[in-house]
Ligand binder design. Sequence first.
Ligand code: ADP
Ligand code: ZN
Length: 731
Amino acid sequence: MGLPDFYDEGALVGVLTTQPLDRVLDYRAPEGGCHLGAFVEVPLGPRKVLGVVWGTGKGDFDAARVRSVIRVLDVAPMREEMRVFLRRAADYTLTPMQAMLRLATRAPGLSDPPSMRRIYRLGQGRPERMTDARERVLAVLEDHGGLAFTLKELAEMAGVTPSVVKGLVPSGAVQEEDSPRDLPLPHLDPTRPGKALTGDQALAAEALRAGLAKGGYGTTLLKGVTGSGKTEVYLEAVAECLAQGRQALVLLPEIALTAEFLTRVEARFGARPAEWHSGATMTERRRIWRMVGQGAAQLVVGARSALFLPFRELGLIIVDEEHDNSYKQEEGVLYHARDMAVLRAAICGARVVLASATPSLESWANVEAGKYDKLELTARFGVAVLPEMRAIDMRGEKMQAASWVSPSLRDAVRDRLARGEQAMLFLNRRGYAPVTLCRACGQQIGCDHCDARMVEHRLLKQLMCHQCGETKPIPTICPSCGAEDRLAPVGPGVERMAEEAAALFPEARIATLSSDLFGSARALKQAIEEIAAGAADIIIGTQLVAKGHNFPLLTLVGVIDADLGLQGSDLRAAEHTFQLMRQVAGRAGRAERPGVALLQTFQPEHPVIRAILAGDEDGFWRAEAQARQAAGVPPYGRMAGIILSGTQMQQVFDIANTLARNDGALRGIGAQVFGPAPAPIARVRGRHRVRLLVKADKGAPLQEALARWIAPLRLKGDLRLAVDIDPQSFL
Ligand code: ADP
Ligand code: ZN
């Protein structure tokens, strides 16, 4: 880039801050100078803000008024490849740079000096008076060699009160000292042997290792049914990467997944990796962020935002369950972690492994186009078969009112219970009932702020809007007509399924797994572990259970409503139904017992349901690819969603119409604009939402045209515009 690597004191530098000013500001380098990329604190008005030295100052500001950088933070400067990555990601997603920088500095207290904590270790002295309690403290310290502990840890281990430990300090028997809180991470040993791999596992691992050994960028799709050993295989690639002294990143879609995963990593490499997710404490996040920057974190396991950590030598990114929707960030910076992983790897010369039993059509198409390599694991480890899948044709089942488990499914569950095995009832709907209806006036209770119905959550004793999170108590009087005790739940959610299951199977222990029923990720992890160990007979779950958990005793999955996902207007409805049903079915029969999946459906002849039952994956993908190609939609065409929102509906529509009329920049590249139309969810948190959809050919320079198109727009008042490149959700 032709920039100097270092700026002497007083030199003019351009600093990108995290503040909402889409512009690099001029400052003077501080005493001692600063590196290009240095993280700095700069004055902005009356405040001190975080920034990064982005280059040489422009000098277009009154020289006398240029202020100095306050100080350089004690963290590794941002590397050039990271700056390039942020720039390109910003260009791709049409995001202001300061928002990208915020993503890259999501570690609270970055500018604080490293905090200290008080620790206690064995000293040379002897106490004048020895007691049993004192004896125990010294024994614990002796047993643990030179290790030091916090007061609380040590007191707990010795079974004494903290004052006993403190009482040992004056004589020098115990030494008290302050040490930095950011303790180094434990070392992962890549030379420890992994499991003995089967034939195609070994071939796949070898191919991934060879890719790493060769160096440079490359992306591989690792496809294999659940349980085929994808994780075992990519851990071999991680081992190779660590052996090269480079860092590896494993992205997982959901924090609930990490419990089991971390234990596996520990078993493989002898220590736990660094964890990066929203549930981590502030101190922990800061510690990991710094360690990653120093190259001291060898392996990071995390949620999508881990992609923006300041890796020093990133060699490998694994995107596990790459088809998962949660990789798309739907708020703030709208990015897709899978695509950004590929971008980041391409810039820093790392390898990417996309693992999935049911890859996205995007990745499937990239393999077909020769952009990605593909490795396939065919057999399930241990069990050689996928669970048998059958439809229950609901048109032929005798259903009681307000019940959703058909007689056929009920009998199948009874069967498992009698054999001491687990059964799962899957329904992708949280809460008790999706609709609350007044039998007197026919009104459904809606959210006051959104265009959505309130969902009854009986366990939490409230109605909740799944759009905005608004809650209210469950009323006894209809808010529209005032009739008393005429409100009735309509349709099932998991809580209602649990009620039905309890009535059908009174002897069974029933566990409901739904994200809203657990106070914390940790509580959820623990529940999953207990259930996997056999603490329940029937598991009732939402989408949460479809993702990667091992339930060895589970041999039957009953899908309550296989048609649920087929109804949406979403272009990926068929794809998502296909993936979800296969993932859910993959939960059954993981150990030596074969499993069966039963799908309750009213449309057994629907092409998607037929492809699922027949296990005809390639057939499904081909048909789906053809349909999308014919329609010119992703991945065979490009799309962008424009969402305008504001409190005044007319204003929102006016500005959307103005945009739609002045579409010259888009027509210039042959793109088309559809809309404006009210978004399917037309009001969220009191804001009206209007969508425009832009479609373009695959090769068209869409972002450039979009940028030119929206540039003249002046958003007044509370109007907001969001651009969603490659939209996943059309709400
Ligand atoms: P996937 O990631 O494809 O779902 P996993 O790697 O989790 O598959 O493997 C499923 C289960 O089988 C895990 O418990 C794993 O430890 C075990 N497993 C897979 N391959 C082997 C192997 N070669 N030797 C021993 N156990 C294996
Ligand atoms: Zn709402």
